[in-house]
Design a protein around this ligand. Structure first.
Ligand code: DC
Length: 231
């Protein structure tokens, strides 16, 4: 065990395409912790909404739908796999059609309540790195280490655009930028658990840091917290 005996909870929040999931995944790997990408759960709910033509703005209809939604995460060698009602939806939840509605679906309090309850259960054993929008503020306000990632808009656009290109999805940078700005706005202005930096979070600007440099910063911070924990 390279990091002492007590395990901690690490929360990583920030705007879309700032590199949260990449950093969370590599940090968890280095610490031999579990990595949970909480956004995948909101994406899975959005997939259900699209496939079952649920009017998510109707509270009762959405509540009915939630009663039929069972999200399960499994943790395999290559990382997290998201299951919706026993179907592997890991690839479907990354499609652009999901990006169009996921922020909207994530504003709904009944959806958030269900997801947060499940996320909190995952933190019971500690030894977890969870990334999202409200992890340090709502899901684990008691997290031992909180990171908040920010990045210049142009860098985020480039990053998300490249990601899509690599998947063979051809969209203009302008369209990517529009979607990011819209999601930023919805995520940070919603009334239930808006995206914001927790007071005790450490901000990291990832614009001009390589993934390895980001990992080193986060790992050093985690090590110092763990060292304090075992004193
Ligand atoms: O991290 P991501 O892009 O996969 O997240 C998709 C959406 O899910 C994001 O626009 C807002 C929402 N989300 C949230 O509201 N709370 C979280 N903890 C994680 C994601």
């Amino acid at each position: 065990m390279p990091t002492g005996h007590r395990k901690i909870i690490i929360a990583i929040d920030g705007y879309s395409a700032c590199g949260k999931s990449t950093l969370a995944r590599s940090l968890a790997k280095r610490l031999r912790y579990l990595h949970v990408d909480s956004g995948a759960m909101y994406r899975a709910v959005s997939l259900y909404v699209l496939e079952h033509k649920v009017n998510h703005r109707d509270v009762d209809e959405m509540q009915q739908a939630l009663n039929h939604i069972n999200i399960h995460l499994s943790f395999e060698k290559d990382g997290q796999v998201t299951w919706l009602n026993n179907e592997n939806v890991e690839s479907a939840i990354r499609e652009p059609r999901i990006n169009e509605i996921v922020s909207d679906v994530s504003t709904l309090s009944n959806v958030r309540k269900a997801m947060v309850a499940q996320q909190r259960r995952m933190g019971k054993e500690k030894g977890i790195v969870m990334d999202g929008r409200d992890i340090g503020t709502v899901v684990f306000p008691e997290a031992d280490l909180k990171l908040f990632l920010v990045s210049a808009l142009e860098v985020r656009v480039e990053r998300r655009w490249l990601e899509l290109q690599n998947k063979g999805i051809d969209v203009s940078k302008e369209k990517v930028k529009e979607n990011l700005l819209l999601r930023d706005q919805i995520d940070s202005t919603r009334s239930d658990s808006p995206l914001r930096k927790a007071e005790d979070a450490t901000e990291i600007d990832t614009s001009y840091l390589t993934p390895d440099e980001q990992l080193q910063i986060a790992y050093d911070l985690a090590r110092s917290v763990i060292a304090r924990e075992v004193e």
